[in-house]
Design a protein around this ligand. Structure first.
Ligand code: IPE
Ligand code: IPE
Ligand code: MG
Length: 246
């Protein structure tokens, strides 16, 4: 398992990656400190800001943050309400700084079950994002990878050509995304669990997976760089073989 010292290895991760993060472990981080879980989510908001800055600094093209899964509605009402408030605060108070630095923000997932104030914050940020060309930040909120595929599949057979590209276009529409994204190159999950928890399943078909044991609120730019360094050591064969030349 790579650790922070891996960040010191001299290796150049490629630019223009699509990196996705399952930001897990905020509740346990708080509980380990005798704090309410909401404190973990607040600290998680700060970690999300660090991740966006680190991704910008590393030349990432798309950063997808898995923020709230469809299954997360099953949590106690109070925790869900606090999370929705934190997402709104992130959009209203943190995102404007990123917009100034050329980040374009989109939100993927269902919108119809979100509180009105959060929907308004999303609309404001998305409208203000037009033109942000340095990096795309995608927040997956009320998101289910399976639901996205199911919605897209039900439209697919009526709409045009049978190709991955066309499916990707319909999938983007089905999850309210502005435009299709390239496949996820690197999927990071913090918090020690080694599962996918219904993250963007179509987009991770050939992603490199990186699981770290640190809790999300502790995630910092060195951790982000360590994940990229580890990624740059992976040999991506896409089903082919590496030819050995003599
Ligand atoms: C992830 O952290 C945040 C959300 C799912 C919204 P958790 O809240 O799942 O934290 P743990 O896994 O309970 O520690
Ligand atoms: C995954 O974390 C979802 C997000 C980080 C948004 P969970 O904590 O909800 O996932 P499980 O319950 O461990 O699968
Ligand atoms: Mg969790």
């Amino acid at each position: 398992m790579p650790n922070k010292s891996a960040a010191r290895v001299v290796n150049s991760p490629p630019l223009n990656l699509h990196v996705a993060i399952i930001m897990d472990g905020s509740g346990r981080w708080a509980e380990a400190r005798g704090l309410a879980r909401v404190e973990g989510h607040r600290a998680g908001r700060a970690a999300a800001c660090r991740a966006v800055e680190a991704a910008l600094g590393a030349g990432v093209r798309v950063l997808t943050l898995f923020t709230f899964s469809t299954e997360n509605w099953g949590r106690p009402e109070g925790e869900v309400a606090q999370l929705m408030r934190i997402f709104g605060d992130f959009l209203r108070e943190d995102v404007p700084y990123f917009l100034l630095h050329g980040v374009c923000v989109t939100v993927v997932g269902r919108r119809d079950r979100l509180p009105v104030s959060l929907r308004e914050a999303i609309d404001t940020v998305e409208a203000a994002s037009e033109g942000g060309g340095k990096m795309r930040l995608r927040l997956a909120i009320d998101y289910s990878g399976r639901d996205a595929i199911l919605r897209a599949a039900s439209r697919f057979h009526q709409e045009g050509e049978h190709s991955y590209e066309n499916f990707g276009r319909i999938l983007a529409q089905a999850q309210f995304d502005a435009e299709p994204v390239p496949d996820i190159d690197l999927l990071i999950r913090t918090g020690g669990e080694q599962r996918l928890s219904n993250c963007p399943l179509w987009e991770i078909a050939y992603a490199e997976l990186y699981f770290s044991t640190g809790m999300w609120p502790d995630f910092d730019s060195a951790d982000f760089v360590a994940a990229l360094q580890e990624f740059s050591t992976r040999q991506r064969r896409f089903g082919r073989i590496t030819l050995v030349t003599s």
